[in-house]
Design a protein around this ligand. Sequence first.
Ligand code: TMP
Length: 224
Amino acid sequence: MTATPATLSSAPAAFITLEGGEGSGKSTQAKLLAAALAERGVRAVLTREPGGSPEAEAIRSLLVEGAVDRWDPMSEALLLFAARRDHLRRTIRPALDAGTWVICDRFGDSTLAYQGYAHGLGAEVIDNLAAIAIGGFRPDLTLILDLPVEIGLERARSREAGREDRFERMGAAFHQRLRDGFLDIARKEPARCKVIDAARPIEAIHADILAHVLAHRPETAVRA
Ligand code: TMP
Protein backbone atom coordinates (compact mmCIF):
# COMPACT_ATOMS: atom_id res chain seq x y z
CA MET A 1 0.00 0.00 0.00
CA THR A 2 2.71 2.56 0.97
CA ALA A 3 6.22 2.38 -0.51
CA THR A 4 9.30 4.14 0.82
CA PRO A 5 12.77 4.76 -0.69
CA ALA A 6 15.01 1.96 -1.96
CA THR A 7 17.57 0.26 0.26
CA LEU A 8 21.16 -0.46 -0.80
CA SER A 9 21.46 -3.49 1.51
CA SER A 10 22.02 -6.93 0.00
CA ALA A 11 20.46 -8.65 3.06
CA PRO A 12 17.18 -10.45 2.29
CA ALA A 13 14.07 -8.36 2.83
CA ALA A 14 12.33 -8.96 6.14
CA PHE A 15 8.70 -9.94 6.68
CA ILE A 16 7.53 -8.35 9.93
CA THR A 17 4.06 -8.75 11.43
CA LEU A 18 2.23 -6.83 14.13
CA GLU A 19 -0.30 -8.77 16.14
CA GLY A 20 -2.67 -8.20 19.05
CA GLY A 21 -6.27 -7.98 20.16
CA GLU A 22 -8.83 -5.29 19.37
CA GLY A 23 -7.68 -1.72 20.06
CA SER A 24 -4.04 -2.69 20.63
CA GLY A 25 -2.73 0.06 18.31
CA LYS A 26 -1.17 -2.18 15.63
CA SER A 27 -2.11 0.00 12.69
CA THR A 28 -0.61 3.15 14.23
CA GLN A 29 2.55 1.25 15.12
CA ALA A 30 2.85 -0.31 11.67
CA LYS A 31 2.86 3.19 10.12
CA LEU A 32 5.41 4.49 12.63
CA LEU A 33 7.67 1.50 11.96
CA ALA A 34 7.45 1.99 8.17
CA ALA A 35 8.37 5.68 8.62
CA ALA A 36 11.33 4.84 10.90
CA LEU A 37 12.60 2.28 8.37
CA ALA A 38 12.22 4.80 5.54
CA GLU A 39 14.43 7.21 7.51
CA ARG A 40 17.05 4.45 7.51
CA GLY A 41 16.76 3.98 3.76
CA VAL A 42 14.83 0.71 4.03
CA ARG A 43 12.08 0.28 1.47
CA ALA A 44 8.95 -1.26 3.03
CA VAL A 45 5.44 -2.10 1.93
CA LEU A 46 2.76 -1.62 4.55
CA THR A 47 -0.08 -4.09 4.26
CA ARG A 48 -2.78 -5.78 6.37
CA GLU A 49 -4.90 -8.87 6.92
CA PRO A 50 -7.54 -9.85 6.24
CA GLY A 51 -6.83 -8.01 2.98
CA GLY A 52 -3.71 -6.64 1.35
CA SER A 53 -4.67 -7.54 -2.24
CA PRO A 54 -7.87 -6.63 -4.12
CA GLU A 55 -9.37 -10.13 -3.86
CA ALA A 56 -8.37 -10.53 -0.20
CA GLU A 57 -9.91 -7.14 0.60
CA ALA A 58 -13.17 -8.43 -0.89
CA ILE A 59 -12.99 -11.45 1.44
CA ARG A 60 -12.23 -9.08 4.37
CA SER A 61 -15.68 -7.50 4.08
CA LEU A 62 -17.29 -10.93 4.40
CA LEU A 63 -15.36 -11.57 7.62
CA VAL A 64 -15.45 -8.29 9.53
CA GLU A 65 -19.01 -7.12 8.81
CA GLY A 66 -22.39 -8.56 9.72
CA ALA A 67 -23.79 -10.87 12.39
CA VAL A 68 -21.44 -12.49 14.89
CA ASP A 69 -22.78 -15.95 13.96
CA ARG A 70 -22.53 -15.29 10.21
CA TRP A 71 -19.77 -17.93 9.89
CA ASP A 72 -18.88 -20.94 11.95
CA PRO A 73 -15.23 -20.99 13.10
CA MET A 74 -14.04 -23.39 10.38
CA SER A 75 -15.67 -21.38 7.56
CA GLU A 76 -14.03 -18.28 9.04
CA ALA A 77 -10.63 -19.98 9.05
CA LEU A 78 -11.05 -21.17 5.45
CA LEU A 79 -11.99 -17.66 4.28
CA LEU A 80 -8.97 -16.25 6.13
CA PHE A 81 -6.64 -18.74 4.44
CA ALA A 82 -8.15 -18.06 1.01
CA ALA A 83 -7.48 -14.35 1.59
CA ARG A 84 -3.99 -15.04 2.96
CA ARG A 85 -3.00 -17.23 0.01
CA ASP A 86 -3.99 -14.48 -2.43
CA HIS A 87 -2.28 -11.78 -0.35
CA LEU A 88 0.91 -13.84 -0.20
CA ARG A 89 0.86 -14.59 -3.93
CA ARG A 90 0.04 -11.10 -5.18
CA THR A 91 1.54 -8.74 -2.59
CA ILE A 92 3.90 -10.25 -0.03
CA ARG A 93 6.05 -12.61 -2.11
CA PRO A 94 6.53 -10.19 -5.03
CA ALA A 95 7.65 -7.48 -2.59
CA LEU A 96 10.10 -9.75 -0.74
CA ASP A 97 11.44 -11.13 -4.03
CA ALA A 98 12.12 -7.53 -5.13
CA GLY A 99 14.07 -6.86 -1.92
CA THR A 100 11.30 -4.78 -0.33
CA TRP A 101 10.49 -5.35 3.33
CA VAL A 102 6.89 -6.15 4.23
CA ILE A 103 5.22 -4.85 7.38
CA CYS A 104 1.90 -6.59 7.87
CA ASP A 105 -0.87 -5.57 10.28
CA ARG A 106 -1.96 -9.11 11.35
CA PHE A 107 -1.03 -12.44 9.71
CA GLY A 108 -1.15 -16.13 10.65
CA ASP A 109 -0.85 -15.65 14.42
CA SER A 110 -4.21 -13.87 14.32
CA THR A 111 -5.81 -17.01 12.88
CA LEU A 112 -4.11 -19.12 15.53
CA ALA A 113 -5.24 -16.76 18.32
CA TYR A 114 -8.77 -15.88 17.07
CA GLN A 115 -9.88 -19.08 15.35
CA GLY A 116 -7.47 -21.56 17.01
CA TYR A 117 -7.53 -20.43 20.66
CA ALA A 118 -10.53 -18.09 21.07
CA HIS A 119 -12.97 -20.00 18.82
CA GLY A 120 -11.47 -23.34 19.90
CA LEU A 121 -10.46 -24.91 16.57
CA GLY A 122 -7.08 -25.71 18.11
CA ALA A 123 -3.51 -25.14 16.98
CA GLU A 124 -3.19 -28.42 15.06
CA VAL A 125 -6.09 -27.59 12.73
CA ILE A 126 -4.73 -24.09 12.05
CA ASP A 127 -1.20 -25.40 11.47
CA ASN A 128 -2.55 -28.01 9.03
CA LEU A 129 -4.53 -25.38 7.11
CA ALA A 130 -1.45 -23.14 7.01
CA ALA A 131 0.63 -26.01 5.62
CA ILE A 132 -1.93 -26.65 2.87
CA ALA A 133 -2.79 -23.04 1.98
CA ILE A 134 0.54 -21.22 2.27
CA GLY A 135 3.16 -23.94 2.73
CA GLY A 136 3.64 -22.94 6.37
CA PHE A 137 5.09 -19.55 5.35
CA ARG A 138 6.00 -17.55 8.48
CA PRO A 139 7.12 -14.03 9.39
CA ASP A 140 10.76 -13.36 10.30
CA LEU A 141 9.72 -11.28 13.29
CA THR A 142 6.37 -10.78 15.05
CA LEU A 143 5.56 -8.02 17.51
CA ILE A 144 2.61 -8.91 19.74
CA LEU A 145 0.97 -5.82 21.23
CA ASP A 146 -0.47 -6.93 24.55
CA LEU A 147 -2.93 -5.07 26.76
CA PRO A 148 -5.81 -5.87 29.13
CA VAL A 149 -8.97 -6.87 27.28
CA GLU A 150 -11.20 -4.15 28.75
CA ILE A 151 -8.77 -1.36 27.75
CA GLY A 152 -8.49 -2.69 24.18
CA LEU A 153 -12.23 -3.11 23.71
CA GLU A 154 -12.87 0.37 25.13
CA ARG A 155 -10.33 1.85 22.69
CA ALA A 156 -11.78 -0.09 19.77
CA ARG A 157 -15.34 1.04 20.59
CA SER A 158 -14.30 4.70 20.86
CA ARG A 159 -12.84 4.66 17.32
CA GLU A 160 -15.00 6.23 14.66
CA ALA A 161 -18.17 4.18 14.28
CA GLY A 162 -17.64 1.67 11.49
CA ARG A 163 -19.16 -1.52 10.16
CA GLU A 164 -15.97 -3.59 10.74
CA ASP A 165 -16.87 -4.57 14.29
CA ARG A 166 -17.99 -8.20 13.94
CA PHE A 167 -15.13 -9.56 16.10
CA GLU A 168 -15.37 -6.72 18.64
CA ARG A 169 -18.90 -7.93 19.38
CA MET A 170 -17.77 -11.47 20.33
CA GLY A 171 -17.80 -10.91 24.10
CA ALA A 172 -15.27 -10.51 26.91
CA ALA A 173 -14.59 -14.25 27.42
CA PHE A 174 -13.68 -14.63 23.72
CA HIS A 175 -11.29 -11.68 23.96
CA GLN A 176 -9.67 -13.03 27.13
CA ARG A 177 -9.01 -16.40 25.40
CA LEU A 178 -7.60 -14.39 22.52
CA ARG A 179 -5.18 -12.45 24.72
CA ASP A 180 -4.10 -15.66 26.50
CA GLY A 181 -3.66 -17.28 23.07
CA PHE A 182 -1.32 -14.59 21.79
CA LEU A 183 0.74 -14.83 25.00
CA ASP A 184 0.92 -18.63 24.63
CA ILE A 185 2.08 -18.28 21.00
CA ALA A 186 4.84 -15.92 22.20
CA ARG A 187 5.88 -18.37 24.93
CA LYS A 188 6.17 -21.17 22.37
CA GLU A 189 8.13 -19.12 19.79
CA PRO A 190 10.23 -16.65 21.77
CA ALA A 191 12.82 -16.14 19.02
CA ARG A 192 10.22 -14.93 16.50
CA CYS A 193 7.55 -13.40 18.76
CA LYS A 194 8.21 -10.41 21.02
CA VAL A 195 5.53 -9.25 23.46
CA ILE A 196 5.18 -5.48 23.77
CA ASP A 197 3.28 -3.80 26.62
CA ALA A 198 0.72 -1.81 24.62
CA ALA A 199 -0.88 -0.06 27.60
CA ARG A 200 1.72 2.73 27.33
CA PRO A 201 2.15 5.92 25.30
CA ILE A 202 2.47 5.48 21.52
CA GLU A 203 6.09 6.70 21.43
CA ALA A 204 7.24 4.22 24.12
CA ILE A 205 5.63 1.35 22.24
CA HIS A 206 7.21 2.50 18.98
CA ALA A 207 10.66 2.68 20.61
CA ASP A 208 10.35 -0.94 21.81
CA ILE A 209 9.19 -2.15 18.41
CA LEU A 210 12.00 -0.36 16.60
CA ALA A 211 14.56 -1.76 19.08
CA HIS A 212 13.36 -5.32 18.36
CA VAL A 213 13.51 -4.73 14.59
CA LEU A 214 17.01 -3.25 14.77
CA ALA A 215 18.17 -6.13 16.99
CA HIS A 216 16.74 -8.56 14.44
CA ARG A 217 18.46 -6.77 11.54
CA PRO A 218 21.55 -5.02 13.00
CA GLU A 219 22.68 -3.88 9.52
CA THR A 220 19.62 -1.59 9.49
CA ALA A 221 20.71 0.19 12.69
CA VAL A 222 24.11 0.95 11.16
CA ARG A 223 22.42 2.91 8.38
CA ALA A 224 20.60 5.28 10.80
P1 TMP B 1 -8.32 -5.39 12.19
O1 TMP B 1 -9.48 -4.76 12.89
O2 TMP B 1 -7.10 -5.46 13.02
O3 TMP B 1 -8.08 -4.83 10.82
O4 TMP B 1 -8.71 -6.94 11.95
C1 TMP B 1 -9.94 -7.31 11.44
C2 TMP B 1 -10.59 -8.37 12.29
O5 TMP B 1 -10.34 -9.66 11.73
C3 TMP B 1 -10.15 -8.40 13.72
O6 TMP B 1 -11.29 -8.27 14.54
C4 TMP B 1 -9.54 -9.75 13.90
C5 TMP B 1 -10.05 -10.60 12.76
N1 TMP B 1 -9.11 -11.61 12.27
C6 TMP B 1 -9.29 -12.95 12.63
O7 TMP B 1 -10.23 -13.27 13.35
N2 TMP B 1 -8.40 -13.87 12.16
C7 TMP B 1 -7.36 -13.55 11.35
O8 TMP B 1 -6.60 -14.43 10.95
C8 TMP B 1 -7.19 -12.16 10.98
C9 TMP B 1 -6.06 -11.77 10.08
C10 TMP B 1 -8.08 -11.24 11.47
